[in-house]
Design a protein around this ligand. Sequence first.
Ligand code: ATP
Ligand code: MG
Length: 425
Amino acid sequence: MTKQIQAVRGMNDCLPTDSGLWQWVENQIRQVVAGYGYQELRTPVVESTDLFKRSIGEVTDIVEKEMYTFADRNGDSLTLRPENTASCVRAGNEHGLIYNQQQRIWYMGPMFRHERPQKGRYRQFHQFGIETFGIEGPDIDAEVIMLSARLWKQFGISEHVTLELNSLGSNAARAHYRELLTAYLRDRKDQLDEDSIRRLETNPLRVLDSKNPDVQAVILDAPKLIDHLDAESKQHFEGLCSKLDQLGVAYRINPSLVRGLDYYNRTVFEWVTDSLGTQGTVCAGGRYDGLVEQLGGKPSPAVGFAMGIERLVLMLQTLDLTSAVPDTVNVYVTSLGESAELYAMKLSEELRDSLPALRVQTHCGGGNLKKQMKRADKSGAPIVLVLGENEINEQVVVIKFLREDKPQVSIVRHELIAFIENYFN
Ligand code: ATP
Ligand code: MG
């Protein structure tokens, strides 16, 4: 037998059994962003490799070891986008959306990172994110966080996520802190792992991000960036905290939250959960005031976040919060005999004309009533219409209830639409 070709490792099919949940999640997201007046920006999944090197930073996990980079047929180095902030800034600069303007942008789509696949970590995964441009004050940081908080509320998971917050200050403050931290870590080099020792010289702030408990113990007493902020950043951070307090958003200040990408300054935040095991961050973001200029545009303040949709979906499944996801089918239409078959198709069309939101599945492929009822059951439909020669002659429709203990009823043909409409209301 010919060997079957499998999907690429770490890249998943979204099966018909799951796509309903995904669509529902995506629709809720669309509704929330619309409620804040954000507009969608769709960019290509492939960009010039330099875009990510210049924005994310050379000494980051993503650029060092996670990117899908290849030479196209002209020899240009291209990369499957590992995240979308750089692409949004690139597109914003290219189309003049940013300079001297305010923008509130959202996106959703696949991202690609060559990581070790495990629960909540894949090589093709999906992010929903927002990016705002042109607004300097902490009011927009607060809005960005409120928008994410509203999503948790919408999905009913507010109690299962917590907000962690930190400030990275200005570049200058960070450079100064970097020296303090490097000195502190150098003195304790013997307690660091190999990865952290390497980072110590290239990107010492990333040591704070280490998941190794031994390294974390060393970090506990390290100097804290939040104690070395420049005056403006400190004020910005206090402004944000006070807004969140007044808006009733709880947060925890986490001084070792630094984020894995180089472009952040001032506000950084993560929404974390303990319902997913080790892959506990569902949403992460912050301010990146220098990136627009770094990518060749006129300077513009910016803040945003990215949310991992797989992790969100996993949470909803783990917490059993998927009951609001619409069933696949509302009504299954069966028919017995050749003339009834055509009658059933016409009747189904009529239902779709009158009730456009109704999900109607018409039985195809013949067979006896038992076989058709089996298919009806599998479709998930709560009601089945039964149409035989008798029913057609008498202008009635028999309705069976599949999910309730209720006897079948016979409805006069012209009352059918009202009956169905009423049933699903
Ligand atoms: P982690 O620390 O889990 O590797 P990260 O800091 O690399 O996350 P970001 O680049 O900030 O993640 O991406 C934002 C969000 O996208 C993450 O919080 C997570 O929910 C999701 N995400 C990131 N990488 C993956 C992946 N490989 N598979 C699934 N989701 C991911
Ligand atoms: Mg990562």
